[in-house]
Design a protein around this ligand. Structure first.
Ligand code: ATP
Ligand code: MG
Length: 499
């Protein structure tokens, strides 16, 4: 279907691809993986012809229909949801319309949503409409850029199953291993500026990579030993006139040795992050809160007191009201009755999923990071940026060219440089690769304020949560301990109940 040959592409001093090649055939299910900024989304743009490589080419079978879901910013129009999902397709055909409805419902829409104009929906839902449009059209090749970012667990499961039965080829960018294993049969890794295919699931890719890595390390060790020996030879022989020639030829040999380079290791956070201003003993009190969306009652009589310093994960089924609770605590969502009271000197900072849009596209990374209420020495700003993998020249990039993950990382850096003493985060790990998640965990572990967050990343939840707030059908229950402990106690309760 598609053959990519010897692709080369650089932006200034940053090389993305160097002789990268890949073939995609009918029926292939490829997961495209790699760290933030490796060039995954850019590869899609090259395939789509939205961009020209410096060298190499992308050949496509004649007449091939390619469907593309971008990583962010689906178009937001005045059209109603169903009409948008059928855009450019034969809407008169009853079967097509029935299919569109089924797909929309699979992706979490209700029948009442079909007639709602797209611009009433949040960004995440607009992405789902774009996704539905693609699945209805059913192109020969699907290019999906991190599609699961916008889905909740139920629609994710539906989507996975749908893709398993999808008749065309699929090339999907994802950081979600469970999804990759469910849908793909080959992992294509963007590494060392090339594309390398690993047949099998994500685990076998990781195992193969680890084996490659240890082979590389042992080759590196051997070479370092040889280099040391050559240097010693040169040192021993260069001073004496009789042996200087031999030393010189050894120097030439040493120069020619092609050095085996180890990939840079993810840097550990060793910097002192700014801490939030002090506050009273309690962070927030919610008393008898009543919250409804129209007729749909989410909370009837919600009361919750949060002491200073809690690090709590909000967990529970989708639509249970986790985001609603977070927004009520943040003070960004009105409610009908009850009281919300902050503790003494408490300042809340709320960060929703689509927060990257508040950054100025024309500023550089460094300028954007330095733009806060507190002024920090450049050195601190640079080192926090560095721990989130913006190093060297990359701090002079403009915000508008950043990859999805780079944008998320920058907005997290901004929070960490000027943290409020009550921090509320809704899905902070969206778009982040694994080493960035680790950097965020390390930073938040040392955060001395109060933290409440929603995440679907189990590793993240378990690393940070000291309290688990279970939200279910309007009931809010506090469990001390992390999510594993919470799950364990849930199982005990079920077991006790069935006895
Ligand atoms: N026009 C441009 N000028 C300079 N650099 C650019 C430009 N477009 C993209 N880049 C850089 O190229 C790199 C690759 O970007 P790309 O969006 O392909 O990454 P990605 O692999 O999709 O990452 P993510 O996982 O974060 O989505 C990034 O470091 C980005 O900053
Ligand atoms: Mg991307």
């Amino acid at each position: 279907m598609i053959s990519i040959r010897n692709l080369n592409l650089s932006f200034g001093s940053q090389t993305l691809f160097e002789d990268a090649s890949l073939r995609v055939n009918q029926g292939d299910r490829f997961a495209l993986v790699g760290p933030n900024g490796a060039g995954k989304s850019t590869l899609f743009r090259l395939i789509l012809g939205e961009m020209e490589p410096d060298a190499g080419n992308v050949d496509m079978r004649h007449g091939l229909v390619v469907g593309y879901l971008p990583q962010e910013n689906a178009p937001v129009t005045d059209r109603p949801v169903l009409q948008e999902a059928l855009l450019g397709l034969d809407a008169e055909d009853g079967r097509t319309e029935a299919k569109a409805k089924a797909v929309l419902m699979g992706l979490g829409f209700k029948i009442a949503d079909f007639t709602r104009p797209l611009k009433e929906l949040s960004g995440g839902w607009a992405m789902r409409v774009a996704m539905a449009r693609l699945l209805v059209e059913e192109p020969d090749l699907l290019l999906l850029d991190e599609p699961t970012n916008h889905l909740d667990l139920w629609s994710l499961l539906w989507f996975q199953e749908y893709l398993q039965r999808y008749p065309g080829a699929i090339l999907v960018i994802s950081h979600d291993r469970a999804f990759i294993n469910a849908v793909c049969s080959t992992v294509v890794s963007v590494q060392d500026h090339t594309l390398k295919a690993y047949p099998g699931d994500y685990e076998s890719f990781v195992a193969e990579r680890a084996a490659e890595q240890s082979r590389l390390e042992s080759a590196h060790r051997t070479q370092q030993g040889e280099i040391r020996a050559m240097k010693e030879f040169i040192d021993r022989n260069r001073a004496r006139l009789s042996t200087a020639k031999r030393a010189q030829s050894m120097m030439k040999r040493l120069d020619k040795v092609e050095r085996i380079e180890l990939p840079p290791e993810a840097r550990k956070m060793a910097i002192q992050l700014p801490q939030p201003p002090p506050c009273g003993k309690e962070a927030i009190f919610l008393t008898d809160i009543h919250k409804a969306y129209g007729k749909h009652v989410v909370y009837k009589s919600l009361s919750l007191a949060v002491p200073r310093g809690w690090k709590m994960a909000l967990v529970g089924p989708n639509g249970a009201g986790k985001s609603t609770l977070l927004k009520i605590m943040a003070g960004v969502l009105p409610f009908e009755a009850g009281e919300r009271k902050l503790g003494h000197n408490v300042v809340v900072g709320y960060h929703a999923q689509h927060r990257a849009e508040t950054m100025d596209p024309e500023r550089t990374v460094l300028e954007e990071a330095s733009r806060s209420n507190r002024s920090h020495p450049d050195l601190l700003v640079r080192s926090v940026l560095g721990s989130f993998l913006f190093s060297g020249d990359s701090v002079f990039k403009k915000v508008k060219v950043l990859s999805g993950g780079e944008k998320s990382r920058l907005s997290l850096v901004k929070i960490l440089l000027d943290p409020p003493n009550f921090l509320l985060l809704d899905e902070p790990t969206t778009h982040l690769d694994m080493s960035s998640v680790d950097a965020l965990v390390a930073a938040l572990e040392r955060f001395e304020g109060t933290l409440a967050f929603i995440s679907h990343d189990l590793h993240f939840i378990n690393a940070l949560a000291q309290q688990t707030i279970h939200v279910d059908h309007g009931r809010v229950t506090v469990y001390p301990g992390n999510f594993e402990l919470f799950q364990w106690s849930q199982k005990q309760r079920v077991a006790a109940g069935s006895r």
